[in-house]
Write a protein that binds this ligand. Structure first.
Ligand SMILES: [Zn+2]
Length: 227
């Protein structure tokens, strides 16, 4: 079964639902346990007339919009059974985002940083750290899928508001083509097919040494110092 790699064009509702169903089945078929999670829904038009998106859980201050468990579901419900997966997305959960669980098929290193993906890739190359599958998980957020690794979460700050996080086992990770409440769609920067899962601990350490600044000159300078 071929797996779609890379971004998708914004789709109409029918196509989007098919995309979620197909992705869920493809992932389960590749041995990645998946489960449905919350998704973005249009809110009432604001006083300025614009319609914004909120989380389908209905909480205004949802801490993990469109990326958390549905009521009545547990982490343990994640499955590689394609029949169950097909039933979820052809049933009442046709709009649900597709998620997997950190620590199930892989570990997850999450990088929140203003650097462009190409800069991050060059940084990893400077340390001879080869990324495995990589998710573009929202504005300024990149998630690296790695070997399963440690159970406990870890965090290393990089400057203000940026940092690298090792997701603890059991945390939910939205997979393509999940949509976010800022109208962003999770996509693969590097897909699952034909790549080896890197060591999560090493990737974490290399990313934690990223420079806080994004100016190309400073990047070049700091990379030169690393070599
Ligand atoms: Zn929510």
């Amino acid at each position: 079964m071929a797996f779609m790699v890379g971004g998708r064009e914004p789709a109409g509702d029918g196509e989007r639902t098919a995309g979620l169903l197909e992705a869920g089945i493809a992932l389960a078929g590749m041995g990645v346990p998946v489960l449905p999670c919350h998704w973005p829904v249009p809110l009432r038009p604001d006083t300025d007339g614009w319609t914004r998106l909120g989380c389908s859980c209905g909480q205004d201050d949802c801490p993990r919009p469109a990326r958390h468990l549905l009521d009545g579901m547990e982490i343990a419900d994640a499955t590689t059974d394609v029949v169950t997966v097909a039933q979820w997305w052809t049933g009442g959960l046709c709009d649900a985002n597709v998620a997997t669980v950190a620590g199930a098929a892989f570990g997850v290193v999450e990088l929140r940083h203003s650097a462009r993906p190409a800069q991050v890739r060059a940084w990893l190359a400077a340390f001879e750290a080869e990324p495995g599958p990589v998710l573009d998980a929202g504005l300024g957020l990149v998630q690296f899928l790695t070997s399963v690794g440690d159970r406990a979460p870890r965090y290393a700050p990089i400057g203000q508001g940026t940092g690298v996080r090792w997701l603890g086992h059991g945390e939910l990770v939205a997979l393509p083509p999940s949509r976010l409440t800022d109208r962003y769609e999770v996509s693969w920067l590097q897909g699952l097919s034909g790549v080896t899962l890197p060591d999560g601990g090493r990737l974490f350490e290399v990313l934690a040494r990223l420079p806080a600044a994004r100016e190309p000159a400073e990047w070049t300078q700091q990379r030169a110092e690393v070599r």
